[in-house]
Design a protein around this ligand. Structure first.
Ligand code: MEV
Length: 310
């Protein structure tokens, strides 16, 4: 049995705008999908979902990943796949991408071929296309490489010498509202087509936010970083990716003293992230949990996909 783990991600700035060529800034975080493969009869089991039957829509990503890896390696086996993921599903943390990345990695290790991380990213991206409408590739890239990633028009730049200010923490609130990234992306693009004259400026502003946020991180300017998050949330609202529940979480986080917050990922539910001072992070978290919200603190993962024990 060969097992691999791949991290989830949060998008700090730029989701959706990235789909039309603007930059995005993402961070891999220490919540993981684990996938194991072993000789078997072509079954897929998930600890969270049970057996994934051949007819279910969730099967597509597994079948495509298996097919892509077989084409790459020239090897084909009858395998069983086991998935155990702590990443909230359909919440904007890239759970399907992390599963695809961990699966491709585990398969390549299983077949014993030489491969690079770039091979993992590329093959997982093909599998991700089976479940998402026009994925930008940001999720698979972050899950493969880990760390802080600047992403623009298919070009990714790992910002390995850049770290979030160490006195900042990221709190994640899972609204529990699940939605389909592909549908949200499609509807956002449709609004863009109808309102391009206006929205092209919104997209331009979103791109500037990412560039300025990198400066703010370099200068450890936490106040500016928080403000940029809020502006980014407003721009995401204008392209229809927020919702009442997301906005309520944003206001709650601000009332609890967050420096800034925004939806992260596809939006319309999913997760909202907040930047909080590290020395208040635990108390903010317990207040959120006491309000009945599903919240947790995350740390960066700088390693990306890797082999794990079974
Ligand atoms: C999803 O995590 C991020 C989106 O920008 C879609 C994508 O980049 O593929 C909404």
């Amino acid at each position: 049995m060969k097992c691999s783990i791949a991290p989830a991600k949060v998008i700090l700035f730029g989701e959706h705008f990235v789909v039309k060529g603007k930059p995005a800034l993402g961070l891999a975080v220490n919540v993981y999908a684990k996938v194991c493969v072993k000789e078997g009869s072509g079954r897929v089991y998930s600890r969270q979902l049970g057996e994934v039957s051949v007819r279910s829509p969730q099967r597509a990503i597994f079948d495509t990943a298996l097919e892509e890896v077989s084409r790459f390696t020239g090897k084909r086996g009858s395998l069983d796949v086991y998935v155990d993921s702590d990443i909230p599903v359909a919440a904007g943390m890239g759970s399907s991408a992390s599963i695809a990345v961990a699966l491709v990695h585990a398969l390549l290790v299983y077949y014993g071929v030489e491969f690079s991380k770039e091979d993992v990213r590329r093959l997982a991206h093909e599998a991700e296309k089976a479940v998402h409408y026009k994925p930008s590739g940001v999720d698979t890239t972050l899950s493969t490489y880990g760390g802080l990633l600047y992403y623009k028009q298919g070009e990714f730049r790992l910002l390995s010498d850049l770290k979030l200010p160490s006195d900042l923490s990221i709190v994640v609130v899972d609204t529990g509202v699940k939605r389909n990234t592909g549908i949200v992306v499609k509807e956002v693009l449709e609004r863009y087509e109808r309102c391009e004259r206006v929205l092209k400026h919104v997209y331009e502003a979103a791109g500037e936010i990412v560039e300025l946020a990198i400066e703010a991180i370099k200068n450890s300017d936490k106040k500016l970083l928080g403000e940029l998050m809020l502006i980014n949330h407003g721009l995401l609202w204008s392209i229809s990716t927020s919702s009442r529940v997301c906005d309520e979480v944003v206001y709650t986080l601000l009332e609890l003293g967050a420096l800034g917050c925004k939806i992260s990922g596809a939006g319309r539910g999913g997760v909202v992230i907040g930047l909080v001072e590290r020395n208040t992070a635990e108390s903010t978290l317990s207040r959120l949990v006491n309000m009945g919200l599903r919240a947790f603190l995350v740390e960066p993962d700088y390693a990306g996909v890797r082999t794990a024990g079974s």
